[in-house]
Design a protein around this ligand. Structure first.
Ligand SMILES: [Zn+2]
Length: 160
C-alpha cells in the first residue's frame, strides 16, 4: 500500500499498539488500515454419502479443497455458501450444519464453514478443474495445502 484509499496522499507505516499499520498523516484524513480479516464462506459438501473436494483451476493437479467464496454485499452467509455450491459445482444444496468460524491467518480471512447436503449432477464452472469424493477416513488423512488448518476444520465438522 503506497497511497491512502481515502484521500490519495502518500501513506506511511506507523506502529500502533505494537502492530505496524499503514497510516495517512494528512491532518484532514487520519486513515488507518486496520487490516481486518475478510469473511469467506466455505462448504464441506456432502454428496452421494461422501465429501466432495474441488480443485481450483489455478492450482496444481491433485490439490483439492473446500468450495469457498466471498459474500456478496448484504448477503447472509448461509445463503452465500449455497450460492457458491450452485455456481461452482452446479449442485443444489441445503445447509446440513454450521461447522464454525475459523481464522485463517495465512490469508487474513475469517472462514465461515457449513456442511451442506448436495444433490444433482456435478457441472464445474470455469473456476474449478476437477473434483474428488472422499470418505471420512480419507479426508482425515488427506494432505491439504494448509494441512493443520484444514484438519482443524474437518475435526470440528466431525464433532458438531
Ligand atoms: Zn488520507
Amino acid at each position: 500500500m503506497n497511497f491512502c484509499p481515502q484521500c490519495g496522499e502518500q501513506i506511511s507505516k506507523k506502529t500502533i499498539d505494537g502492530v505496524d499499520r499503514y497510516v495517512c498523516e494528512q491532518s484532514q484524513c487520519h486513515y488507518i488500515n486496520w487490516d481486518n480479516p475478510v469473511p469467506v464462506v466455505a462448504a464441506i459438501v456432502k454428496y452421494n454419502n461422501k465429501i466432495l473436494l474441488a480443485q481450483n483451476a489455478a492450482w496444481p493437479d491433485g490439490r483439492y479443497s473446500f468450495v469457498s467464496g466471498y459474500l456478496e454485499s448484504r448477503e447472509q452467509p448461509d445463503i452465500a455458501v449455497l450460492r457458491e455450491v450452485k455456481e461452482e459445482l452446479g449442485l443444489d444444496a441445503q445447509i446440513d450444519k454450521f461447522v464454525g468460524h475459523f481464522i485463517f491467518n495465512k490469508k487474513n480471512q475469517l472462514l465461515i464453514v457449513f456442511s451442506v447436503m448436495a444433490t444433482g449432477s456435478v457441472r464445474l464452472n470455469n473456476e474449478l478443474e476437477a473434483f474428488k469424493l472422499f470418505d471420512e477416513q480419507e479426508i482425515l488423512e488427506y494432505m491439504f495445502s494448509y494441512p493443520e488448518f484444514a484438519q482443524s476444520v474437518i475435526k470440528k465438522y466431525l464433532t458438531v
